[in-house]
Design a protein around this ligand. Structure first.
Ligand code: NAD
Length: 284
């Protein structure tokens, strides 16, 4: 029987409606949530993401600001721009669009963002809070993936979860979130031996690798929940890591690409920005 589809388009649209309601409530109290994106250089994929972030702000009633900097900008200039936004009371969320040009130090730049304005959740303070199970800002893509599972009412406690990929932006925070949900979590990566032996144990299988058709049907336990985070461009088309046509015949639930986790990322970014604005108001 074909898997149930976890529809990122529908779930992200519902989440954006909830965010818009929160924005309206904040505006009624005199605060318009503001999101600033710093874009260094003109990477075409980054341009698209930044445009979509602006669109998301517009849809939900937030203030959106894009700070464009030349590709040869210096670390000092980038950090000075971050400082300005840190001090700007109209801006509640700051995001530095990654990747940065090679000559810039990403972690140093991200660490200049005030942790409470770090809506991407990449500041080491927020990384530590997530690892410690304390309240903080959680990276948007894994948080969005978890939201999809929860909104479908998928039981997580006690389940075997396998995450393929150990990046700081997806794999590791995804593993932390699943652990918080009381899954038994295995993290696989490029040096993992006998990958299939691990993945076939998974009740929840998350792929964040970045290789098309990487997860094949023989790697999936019948009835498993398969979350495809991968975004790969092949012959002008966007596809995920999972061989969708084959795997959907075996899985219990599956996220499509496009129309899956990718849709959740921006919706969650808007939600994190609304959180940041609410925190500011509550502090005052
Ligand atoms: P990354 O390149 O930083 O990490 C890839 C991970 O895959 C690494 O940890 C590596 O160990 C693992 N890996 C590579 N080859 C492997 C193998 N043969 N077996 C097992 N593991 C292997 O990438 P990332 O930033 O984590 O992104 C992963 C994918 O998710 C990419 O396709 C990216 O475009 C996509 N992505 C999507 C969203 C979204 O909004 N949906 C957001 C971020 C990233």
């Amino acid at each position: 029987m074909a898997a149930n589809i976890l529809d990122g388009k529908a779930i992200s649209a519902e989440l954006k409606v909830k965010v818009a309601e929160r924005v309206a409530a904040l505006k009624a109290r005199g605060v318009t949530p503001g999101l600033a994106v710093i874009l260094v250089g003109n990477d075409p994929a980054s341009e698209i993401y930044v445009r979509n972030k602006g669109k998301g702000c517009e849809e939900t009633g937030m203030l959106s600001r894009t700070v464009r900097m030349d590709a040869d900008t210096t670390q000092e200039a980038l950090e000075a721009e971050i400082e300005k936004l840190n001090e700007d009371p109209d801006i509640h969320g700051i995001l530095v669009q990654l990747p940065l040009p090679k000559h810039l130090n990403e972690q140093a730049a991200l660490s200049r963002i005030l942790p409470e304005k770090d809506v991407d959740g990449f500041h080491l303070m927020n990384v530590g809070r997530l690892a410690a199970g304390a309240e903080g800002v959680v990276p948007c893509t894994p948080k969005g993936a978890l939201y999809m599972l929860q909104s479908a009412g998928i039981e997580l406690a006690g389940k075997e979860a396998v995450v393929i990929g150990r990046s700081n932006i997806v794999g590791k925070p995804m593993a932390m979130l699943l652990l918080q949900q009381n899954c038994t979590v295995t993290v696989c990566h490029s040096k993992t031996k006998n990958l299939k032996e691990h993945t076939r144990q998974a009740d929840i299988l998350v792929s964040a690798v970045g290789k098309p058709h990487f997860v094949t049907a023989d790697m999936v336990k019948p009835g498993a929940v398969v979350v495809d985070v991968g975004i790969n461009r092949v012959d002008g088309k966007v596809i995920g890591d999972v061989d969708f046509e084959q795997v959907k015949e075996i899985a219990g639930w599956i996220t499509p690409v496009p129309g899956g986790v990718g849709r959740m990322t921006i919706a969650m970014l808007l939600s994190n920005t609304a959180d940041a604005a609410e925190r500011t108001l509550n502090r005052e």
